[in-house]
Design a binder for this molecule. Structure first.
Ligand SMILES: *Cc1c(COP(=O)(O)O)cnc(C)c1O
Length: 355
């Protein structure tokens, strides 16, 4: 027997682990600067690490209390009801729950191109279909309500990314409101705020309270440095009431991830430092790279380098891992994650030399 026809499903191409890359090149993993996945270069909050240690011996129990506590901590910060906070294994898992809750077979989503691969993967898993709207390089990947609505045709969900990865551009708050106004009553506008902490502009989460057709996706993987634990969430309209309880996988987020999330939320100085390190690196990358770069609200910079794949490979051989943007439909670009000061200097030196 066989699984259902999966030929229309793309295989997720995770970046290869550093150990694997180092082994291939006969190098020590320690010699590498890893700036390919927008991870936090200073690591997780020490308080999150302590929480994981402290609760390690209790993982024989289901995460009953911690799941509730993390949900309530987030709800309180966002001034929303706990039912509006949908915890999930990463922002990716939250996308699955949204699609489970919204898509009937054949329903369409509208997603940006360039964009985030998992929107369409997850929509297809849930028997949805995918259409896209372009972000134009010639216009600096500018995001406007009008630019999205031009391609909108009654889709069930419209995705925006702000700050956008890999492009760096943002969707202004008024544009988001205009977009939500311009779509049908039964269309949800999802703003992916995976990188919101690094932006100078405020989060759009308050629109979740104000409206009944906007959801905001957040994650602990980036500014909070918990990518390895897989914990994220989506803030959903109040009117959806118990929808989460009807679609979630029971205890979606595991005990240690919940405990780390609670501790990380409480450690504001760690987030502040993470954001400060990223912003400093971002300024250095933009000033010092011998390439055209775009303004970025995230913890990364997009750079035009001619042949993204060749430049990525040349940097890799010299111990600097960056992201080739061919898979985003930008084969002439690379995305460099913001690192510590030393990592950033090394990346700039290697990249400028390669260029
Ligand atoms: C990293 C990222 C996410 C969420 O990733 P998780 O690790 O699953 O939380 C969502 N959207 C974008 C654009 C991202 O870059």
């Amino acid at each position: 027997m066989r699984p259902r026809d999966l030929s229309s499903h793309a295989v997720y191409q995770a970046g290869r682990g550093i150990e694997e890359v180092a082994r291939d090149l006969g190098m020590d993993p320690e010699e590498f600067v890893v700036l390919s996945s927008n991870e936090n270069p200073i690591g997780p909050s020490p308080e999150a690490v302590a929480a994981v240690r402290e609760h390690a011996a209790a993982v024989n129990r289901y995460p009953k209390a911690s799941h509730v506590d993390l949900t309530e901590a987030i709800a309180e910060r966002q001034d929303l009801a706990p039912e509006q906070v949908w915890l999930a294994p990463g922002g990716d898992g939250a996308l699955d729950y949204l699609h489970r809750a919204l898509l009937e077979p054949g329903d369409r989503i509208l997603a940006p191109d360039p964009g985030f691969a998992y929107y369409s993967m997850s929509a297809r898993y849930h028997h949805g279909t995918v259409t896209t709207y372009p972000l134009s390089k010639a216009e600096g990947f500018e995001q406007t309500a009008e630019g999205v609505l031009e391609h909108y045709d009654g889709e069930r969900i419209v995705f925006c990314i702000s700050p956008h990865s890999p492009c760096g551009s943002e969707l202004p708050r008024e544009e988001l409101r205009a977009l939500a106004e311009g779509t049908d009553e039964e269309t949800l506008v999802v703003v992916d705020e995976a990188y919101a902490e690094f932006s100078e502009s405020p989060s759009k989460a308050s629109l979740v309270e104000e409206r009944d057709d906007v959801a905001v996706l957040r994650t602990f993987s980036k500014a909070y440095g918990l990518a390895g634990l897989r914990v994220g969430y989506v803030l959903t309209p109040a009117a959806w009431a118990d929808a989460y309880a009807r679609v979630n996988t029971p205890f979606a987020v595991n005990e240690l991830a919940c405990r780390a999330g609670i501790a990380a939320l409480g450690d504001e100085s760690h987030v502040e430092e993470s954001v400060a390190v990223a912003r400093e690196s971002r300024a250095v990358l933009r000033e010092e790279l011998d390439a055209h770069t775009w303004e970025s609200g995230g913890n990364f910079v997009l750079a035009a380098v001619g042949d993204g794949a060749a430049v990525t490979e040349a940097c890799r051989r010299r111990g600097v891992l960056i992201r080739d943007c061919t898979s985003f439909g930008l084969p002439e670009c690379v995305r460099i994650t913001c690192g510590t000061r030393e990592e950033t200097e090394r990346a700039v030196a290697v990249l400028d030399d390669v260029l």
